[in-house]
Design a protein around this ligand. Sequence first.
Ligand code: OGA
Ligand code: MN
Length: 287
Amino acid sequence: MAVQVKPCGSALGAEITGADLTRPLDAAAFAQIRAAFYQHEVIYFRGQALSDEDQIRFTARFGELRRLKLAMQAHVEHPEIFVVSNIKKDGKHIGSYDAGSLWHTDGAYLVKPHAISALRALEVPAENGRTLGDTNFASVSAAYEALPNAMKKRIEGLQAVQSFEQHLAKTGGGGVKKDIYSTVKAASEVVHPLVRVHPVNGRKCLYVTEGYTASIVGLPEAESRDLIAELALHCVRPEFTYRHNWQQHDLVMWDDCSTQHKATFDYPASSPRLMHRTTVVGGAALH
Ligand code: OGA
Ligand code: MN
């Protein structure tokens, strides 16, 4: 069966059908999926009962995967897998239990932020026949494109501080506890261009999030705060978003340069949710 790409009809997102990710894909099928990914920024596959090995093998075709050393989020056998879950075993969380409560992009606080994240649904909470715990995505290339020219001029060449510490303070941890915080602390605050040029498709992307962006270099504090708030709100206007309603065995991949995302915590703590994430490492942010 041939690979098919079905765009969601909003600023980003496409469903890919006709690919069985439990088997190695031939070069032509992979090239089609890769092209769809960089065009649509978020792609998803439904009904893929993948093993961790399948997820690792498929997503590693996009680039080198990050290997984690964080005791809590890392999968016991696969350091490439970051566990996102509200499940507790022996009274302890098995993964990051409140990942994504604010709009953010993964690894923004790193000198080389993540390029791509891929999240696979193993268990999805449901109520009255509808699954809960949707993830919202926003296209920050579409958001940049839609800015008035005066704003594009105003922000040209600006740089912003992306802060793990701010995220920690705003969220209370994102499941990352003090004991493992030290492992990321060294890179807890970095400066990236406010407008990034996408390394693959060349699109200009607004790199400002509610979660991580702490200040704009060289601006007075009040102006920096107001501009961050204005741009962060602009990025997530409904016309730039796609809301993914999860089904078990979905694999969703997003571009961490041209999108941001936010989880919906609309399910009870007693309903288990289990997701496995792999991330492709990125290069230095271009401008
Ligand atoms: C992530 C994340 C959101 C969600 O895995 O990086 O932000 O809905 N997840 O699980
Ligand atoms: Mn995330």
